[in-house]
Design a protein around this ligand. Sequence first.
Ligand SMILES: [Zn+2]
Length: 92
Amino acid sequence: MGFKARARKSKAKDENGKKDEKSNKPENEVPCGIKSCDNFADKHLGGRSIGRNKVLEVWNKSDFDEIKGRVRMCKKCYRILKKETKDSKEWV
Ligand SMILES: [Zn+2]
């Protein structure tokens, strides 16, 4: 194994090893928190961050991924949630 292979390896690590969740990238990077959904939940696509309690009214906790008590949700899933929970007007 020459030094070239090692150099390539360390470069790959730089690109993939460090992921900053807080950096806002313009590309579609935030997958929808609903596991059965393949859409993206980026803000510029109409995605929302919904409190888990609200999401639990529509989905089971095994059906979504939450981050710090909130679920990133694409526009489509948000509409489903809104439709399913339309009686309760006050929620975040
Ligand atoms: Zn979705």
